[in-house]
Design a protein around this ligand. Structure first.
Ligand SMILES: [Zn+2]
Length: 379
C-alpha cells in the first residue's frame, strides 16, 4: 500500500514536472481504506524530496512522512466538521513562503467535512494560490456532497481504487507480520479496508465486536427481539466510542486546566477564570463533536459488517461464483440462503444500506437502526 501509493506519487510528481506548470490543488478520491491520505502524504514527500523523486530516505521525505516537516501541515478533523476559523488560520499560514522545503503544503484529510464557510475560505486560497503553496484534499468522491463544484473545478483529481483482498492480505503479512491465514481472513472480512483489516487481525476487542454484529441476524425472532437488537447495536457503538475517547477527553481537560493555571490566586486570577470558562466550554464542544463522530464511525463499521453478511447470503442464494466476505460464518449465510428468496435477502441488504444513508443524513441513529432491524426480521 505504502509503496504503491509512493509509486503513484512519483508518477504524479514526475508528470507535473514534465508539463512544466505545477497544479496547486489536488483531490485524492477513493472509498474508505483505499489509502487516500497515504497517497497524499507520499505525494507531499515527493514534492519535498531532496532529489525530487520521493526517495523515501532523504530528510525532506522522512520528515514529511513522519509528520514533522515544517512546511507540511496535516489537517485531520476529529469532529463532524472542519470549521471556518480553523480553515482561515490554515490558509493564512499556507500563504507564507516555505521555510526550508520547496513547497508549503497543506493536506486536508476528510475534506468532505468542510463546513460551507470553511469551503469558501479554502476556495479563495485555491483560486489565487500563493506561488509555492500546494493544497492536497482527500475526499471519498468528487460528488458535490463531498466537495463543492467550484473547489473541484480548480483541482486536479487523483482517483484511487479499493485494493483487492489478496493485496490487503499481502500488506498485513509483509508490513505487520500477521500470519498468512489470519491475514487472508481479516482482509476478506474488512472488505478492502486496510486499516480495518489490520485492526481485525491484531485487536481481540475489534474481533469480538464484529462477532456480536454477525450474531444479529440469528437473534431476530420477533418484533421485541428486533428492538432489543437495535438497542444492543446502538449501545455497542456508544461503548466503543467511549472507550476510544474517555482517556483523551480527561487528559485534554487536565492539560487545559493546568495551562490556564487552575487553582491560581492573586491579581488577574478572576479575569483568567472568566476566560478559562470560555475555553473549557470550547473544549467540551469539540469533545462532544468528536464523540458523536466516533459513535457514527463505530455504527458505520458495524453496518458494513452486517451488509457483508446479507451480501454473502445473496451471492450464495443466486450461486454467484465470488468469494464470501465473512468466511467464518458461511454456514449461517448458507442456511439463510436456503430459507429466504433472493428478493427478500436483497430487501434486507437494502435496509442496511438505507440505514447508513439515513444516519449520514442526520436521522437519529436509534430510529434508523430500529427501522432497519424490523426489515431484517420481516424481510
Ligand atoms: Zn527524498
Amino acid at each position: 500500500m505504502q509503496t504503491s501509493a509512493a509509486a503513484a506519487a512519483r508518477i504524479i510528481a514526475g508528470d507535473s514536472a514534465n508539463s512544466g506548470a505545477m497544479t496547486h490543488a489536488w483531490i485524492f478520491t477513493g472509498p474508505p481504506g483505499s489509502g487516500r491520505s497515504v497517497a497524499a502524504r507520499a505525494f507531499a514527500a515527493a514534492l519535498q524530496c531532496a532529489t525530487g523523486t520521493g526517495c523515501g530516505h532523504c530528510h525532506g521525505c522522512h520528515t514529511t512522512l513522519t509528520g514533522t516537516h515544517a512546511d507540511v501541515r496535516l489537517v485531520v478533523p476529529e469532529g463532524l466538521s472542519i470549521g471556518v476559523g480553523e480553515m482561515r488560520a490554515l490558509v493564512l499560514r499556507a500563504g507564507s513562503a516555505p521555510s526550508g522545503g520547496r513547497w508549503q503544503i497543506v493536506i486536508i484529510e476528510d475534506a468532505d467535512r468542510l463546513t460551507e464557510a470553511a469551503g469558501n475560505a479554502l476556495l479563495k486560497a485555491v483560486e489565487e494560490p500563493p506561488p509555492r503553496t500546494v493544497f492536497l484534499l482527500c475526499t471519498p468522491s468528487t460528488h458535490p456532497d463531498d466537495i463543492s463544484v467550484t473547489i473541484r473545478s480548480r483541482c486536479r483529481v487523483v482517483p484511487l481504487r479499493q485494493p483487492a483482498a489478496d493485496a490487503v492480505a499481502t500488506v498485513l503479512v509483509r508490513r505487520d507480520g500477521v500470519a498468512p491465514d489470519v491475514a487472508a481472513w481479516a482482509a476478506a472480512a474488512a472488505q478492502g479496508h486496510v486499516g480495518r483489516a489490520k485492526r481485525l487481525a491484531t485487536d481481540a476487542q475489534a474481533r469480538a465486536r464484529r462477532e456480536a454484529v454477525l450474531a444479529v441476524p440469528r437473534r431476530l425472532t420477533g418484533v421485541g427481539a428486533a428492538f432489543d437488537a437495535a438497542s444492543a447495536f446502538i449501545e455497542a457503538a456508544e461503548a466503543e466510542a467511549a472507550d476510544a475517547n474517555t482517556e483523551s477527553d480527561a487528559t485534554e481537560r487536565a492539560d487545559l486546566e493546568r495551562a490556564l493555571g487552575a487553582g491560581g490566586t492573586g491579581r488577574g486570577a478572576a479575569g483568567a477564570i472568566r476566560g478559562a470558562a470560555g475555553q473549557l466550554k470550547d473544549l467540551e464542544r469539540r469533545q462532544k463533536s468528536r464523540a458523536t463522530r466516533a459513535q457514527r464511525d463505530a455504527l458505520d463499521r458495524a453496518l458494513v459488517d452486517l451488509a457483508g453478511f446479507y451480501r454473502d447470503v445473496l451471492t450464495k442464494g443466486v450461486g454467484a461464483p465470488v468469494a464470501p466476505v465473512h468466511n467464518d460464518v458461511l454456514p449461517m449465510a448458507e442456511a439463510a440462503a436456503q430459507k429466504w428468496t433472493p428478493e427478500a435477502t436483497l430487501r434486507r441488504l437494502e435496509a442496511v444500506l438505507a440505514c447508513r444513508t439515513a444516519i449520514d443524513a442526520n436521522v437519529k441513529p436509534r430510529i434508523a437502526v430500529e427501522a432497519m432491524m424490523l426489515t431484517l426480521w420481516r424481510g
